[in-house]
Design a protein around this ligand. Structure first.
Ligand code: ATP
Ligand code: MG
Length: 157
């Protein structure tokens, strides 16, 4: 069905903001005139929740988490960026695999099963999108995913 990303993102962010209080600052960069995406609402909520949950988990106090989106061709590109601990280049593909967690003392302090990104990728790919990350250790991470825009919104149809 049609999902208005700016509404979904503000709803998910509102929940996290209430949970983390002043520890993290959220910035939303989703234009409210972005065409709707063609997706399952609850699954899109899960994708955003998983990515934002990770951003919160792996960010220091005072970090800024930004969620943005733009249209490109017949897809929306959505990102979740953080100023957290980052992911080493050789692990940036592995983190999407089932049960994979980056193995450092720092991260072991954070509970988790290593399933979040595996599920997230499965949902994104089931919608015909893809997911990837750009990250620098010690500086932060930016997760991107694409999701088809609702076809009814394409010009000429
Ligand atoms: P859960 O199943 O509860 O989500 P998890 O968060 O450990 O557990 P994933 O969400 O699949 O598992 O993430 C896999 C691993 O990727 C994490 O354990 C962490 O090492 C790394 N990671 C994911 N997101 C980030 C991020 N934003 N910054 C730094 N490392 C991250
Ligand atoms: Mg996770």
């Amino acid at each position: 069905s049609d999902v208005a990303l700016h509404l979904l993102v503000s709803d998910v962010v509102r929940r996290f903001a209430a949970q983390v209080g002043e520890r993290i600052e959220f910035e939303i960069r989703v234009p409210d005139d972005l065409p709707p995406v063609y997706a399952d609402y609850e699954r899109m909520r899960q994708v955003l929740t998983n990515l934002i949950e990770n951003a919160v988990k792996y960010s220091p106090n005072g970090g800024v988490i930004r969620i943005g989106a733009r249209a490109e061709g017949d897809m929306a590109i959505v990102y979740v960026s953080d100023q957290g601990i980052g992911i080493p280049p050789e692990e940036q593909d592995l983190i999407f695999e089932r049960f994979y967690r980056v193995d450092t003392r720092l991260r072991r302090d954070q509970p988790g099963s290593g399933l979040g990104l595996f599920i997230t990728r499965a949902i994104v790919e089931a919608h015909g999108g893809r997911i990837w990350v750009e990250s620098q250790v010690g500086r932060g991470s930016r997760f991107f995913f694409t999701i088809p825009l609702s076809r009814r919104q394409l010009p000429g149809e």
